[in-house]
Ligand binder design. Structure first.
Ligand code: HEC
Length: 153
């Protein structure tokens, strides 16, 4: 029989507990997911700062986007438009993250009312000029607008 010294046993238990904690985390932080997705898929046309380029309109503080619902923005990203927006078949988590990212640049928290189940993971609440990412711990993290836009950079 192998005799495991007591302290070694404790280390193993601690490691097992830690990996259990990490296993419960969502696969990816939605804010990081949105930033990464935007940079890779959207920035080339809509700009690093989402202010638009000659290939795509501004997605930031856009009067037109402010009138669009969550579902409408989803549909645009999923289906594209005849006027040059390509369709994106994104995994659900990435789709939600990018739609909230776009809507967060154009709406107040009151308008947004993002769908989703708090127990399932993080939820986003956006305010004009700031974003609060509410995690399971219910601790809102407020970031100034600049940091939010830095997402895209
Ligand atoms: C190849 C260039 C291109 C890429 C890449 C692109 N878009 Fe677009 N996008 C456009 C164009 C052009 C329009 C305007 C289409 C129209 O008016 O019908 C548009 C429109 C939109 C709109 C509607 C804007 C409005 O004012 O109604 C949204 C939302 C949007 N894009 C989001 C995204 C997101 C999110 C991504 C990345 C996942 C993305 N786009 C990637 C070119 C692009």
């Amino acid at each position: 029989m192998v005799k495991i010294p007591k302290h070694r046993e404790l280390v193993l238990i601690a490691l097992a507990a830690l990996s259990a904690v990490f296993a419960q985390q969502p696969a990816s932080d939605p804010a990081a997911l949105a930033r990464d997705s935007y940079a890779r898929r959207c920035a080339s046309c809509h700009g690093n700062d989402a202010a638009g380029t000659d290939r795509g309109p501004s997605l930031n503080a856009s009067r037109r986007l402010r009138t669009r619902s969550h579902q409408e923005v989803r549909d645009i990203v999923r289906n594209g438009t005849p006027a040059g927006m390509p369709p994106f078949a994104l995994p659900e988590a990435e789709m939600e993250a990018i739609v909230l990212f776009v809507r967060g640049m154009n709406a107040s928290a009151f308008d947004l009312n993002p769908p989703g189940d708090a127990a399932a993971g993080e939820r986003f609440f956006f305010g004009e000029g700031q974003v609060a990412i509410v995690t399971d711990s219910n601790l809102p993290v407020l970031a100034p607008d600049q940091e939010w836009l830095a997402f895209a950079n």
